[in-house]
Design a protein around this ligand. Structure first.
Ligand SMILES: Nc1nc2c(ncn2[C@@H]2O[C@H](COP(=O)(O)OP(=O)(O)O)[C@@H](O)[C@H]2O)c(=O)[nH]1
Ligand SMILES: [Mg+2]
Length: 495
């Protein structure tokens, strides 16, 4: 309490010297963000004894990247650690027990761990339904250091608060620096070369944004824009912002999501155009900023899941768009870049970021190095521009849930490294080889950038496998690829 009132007093002092209108608003905003952080900070420490370590682990990625499966398998494998040899604290026996506890934030939906785990480990396993909003789960570990220190220290408790949120929401950060006119120009240009863009263009052509606002008309235009974003997303495009248009959660149908980009124009008071510009600003203020302030700014460690294979399969345009979207997502991890972010982070930062290419069980392990190299190359430009000083980053290829086994087949007299699994659509067993991934990632990234329509050397295919029915030994979690290595990077130093 002491802490909180101190800050409010400070707010008063800060406010005085800023009498210009602009200055005052800025400072009020800054102070408001600080007060909220402080008040919440107090709450956070109360929810766990002082001596306990709390790690807030953000799990993000674009829709279908594999967040739900990742969290489910990670938690299951931290509870039953038989398949986690690369997580040192698991291999050494330092982790004594792991258990779920009530999460610290009462107002966030709980990550439905038990039902997801039931689905993927049942005798007739299936993939969990897609989730469309933020959720949280607290896993607590009892850790007793091994080796020399063992006798000296008591067991500690480490709480891992896992926060699952859509990567699409991070892309919205880019909107904060844009005016409605800037955003409209870019969004319309993007829509022209993408699926469903023609229908949106037709909807725009049939309306007069100078005319007086009519809510039915507003919904029609916004509906056409949303449908276009959905179609583009299904065709494999990643950057389909504003993020809440695809993942509206409980905002579905509200005015803050009922707008669309419009051609440049000077829109009179009361017109559709003026109202859309206002709603765009409202979206930034009431949707984008609160997410960053209340959730994003509290994250300590982050994993970004990327379905690189899916994008390669969708073609050069989708891969280039993924590269762009990753640049947008990475922008959120550079608090220095943006006044608003710098303020809400207030000197803190995410100190470890892992970029993980998911679903690596679609490939024989001999192709994993190529997948990792492509992932690194995808991020390179964004990383070069970014200032990650102080944050450790790494890239790896993982499968949160391994659905295949490896095999070698002879094809045209040559050995081919394949994987075998059960196809999701037909239930049939199949051997699968996705195509040769190049050793040099630029063989994919360069044509993608140059706007190639198809891959030169034929197609890369993706099959969707069903989760395999597994018989687990006691003490083993679900089968995976490099989940233990990912956990070591993200959490190892704190265990
Ligand atoms: N083969 C395989 N498929 C996966 C894996 N993780 C996710 N998937 C597939 O990707 C889909 C989307 O995963 P999900 O976790 O729901 O993605 P989210 O939208 O990011 O939460 C699943 O339904 C699976 O088909 C994995 O480790 N291996
Ligand atoms: Mg999900």
């Amino acid at each position: 309490m002491q802490n909180q009132s101190l800050h409010i007093m400070a707010a008063g002092t800060y406010l005085l010297p800023n009498h210009t209108e602009k200055g005052t608003t800025l400072v009020i905003a800054a102070i408001a963000d600080q007060i909220i952080r402080t008040a919440e900070g107090v709450g956070d420490t109360l929810s766990a004894p002082f001596s306990d370590t709390v790690i807030r682990l953000g799990v993000t990625g674009l829709s279908r990247a594999g967040k739900t499966v990742f969290i489910t398998s990670l938690v299951a494998n931290l509870m039953d650690r038989g398949r986690m040899p690369q997580l040192q604290a698991a291999a050494s026996g330092a982790i004594q027990t792991a258990y779920l506890q009530p999460q610290p934030d009462d107002t966030l939906p709980r990550f439905q761990y038990e039902s997801y785990l039931n689905e993927i480990t049942s005798p007739t396993p299936s993939w969990p339904q897609g989730t469309r909003q933020i959720s949280e789960l607290r896993l607590s570990l009892r850790v007793q250091p091994r080796g020399l220190l063992a006798g000296l220290s008591k067991p500690r408790t480490v709480h891992i608060d896992i926060v699952d949120y859509p990567g699409e929401w991070l892309l919205d950060l880019g909107l904060l620096d844009q005016s409605y006119a800037d955003w409209s120009r870019a969004a319309i240009a993007r829509s022209q070369s993408r699926q469903g863009g023609d229908l949106f263009a037709a909807a725009l052509a049939a309306t007069d944004p100078q005319a007086k606002l009519d809510e039915t008309e507003a919904q029609r235009i916004a509906g056409a824009f949303t449908t276009h974003l959905q179609t583009a997303r299904e065709a494999g495009f990643s950057d389909c912002s504003p993020g809440r248009f695809l993942l509206p959660g409980d905002l579905a149908g509200s005015p803050v999501l009922t707008f669309a980009p419009l051609p440049d124009g000077d829109y009179p008071r009361g017109s559709l155009g003026r109202e859309f510009a206002r709603r765009f600003e409202s979206y930034k203020r009431n949707v984008v900023r609160p997410f960053f302030r209340d959730h994003f700014a509290k994250i300590d460690r982050q994993i970004v899941l990327i379905d690189v294979l899916g994008a390669i399969h969708a073609g050069p345009a989708a891969l280039d768009d993924l590269r762009n979207a990753m640049a947008g997502i990475l922008g959120a991890f550079r608090p220095g870049r943006n006044d608003f972010l710098a303020r809400i982070f207030n000197g803190r930062r995410v100190d470890r970021i892992l970029f993980a290419a998911t679903k690596a069980d679609h490939l024989h392990h001999s192709q994993h190095p190529q997948l990792t190299a492509i992932t690194q190359a995808l991020l390179r430009e964004a990383k070069d521009r970014a200032d990650f000083a102080g944050a450790a980053t790494s890239a790896m290829a993982i499968a949160a849930l391994r659905t295949t086994v490896e095999d070698v087949m002879t094809h045209n007299g040559k050995d081919l490294n394949v994987v075998r699994g059960q196809l999701l659509e037909t239930g049939k067993q199949a051997a699968f080889y996705p195509g040769a991934l190049p050793d040099d990632p630029s063989h994919l990234l360069a044509p993608a950038r140059a706007g190639a329509e198809k891959w030169l050397d034929g197609d890369y295919s993706v099959m969707r496998f069903a989760p395999a029915a597994i018989t687990r030994k006691p003490g083993d979690g679900p089968p995976h690829i490099r989940l233990d290595k990912a956990a070591q990077f993200l959490l190892g130093d704190k265990l």
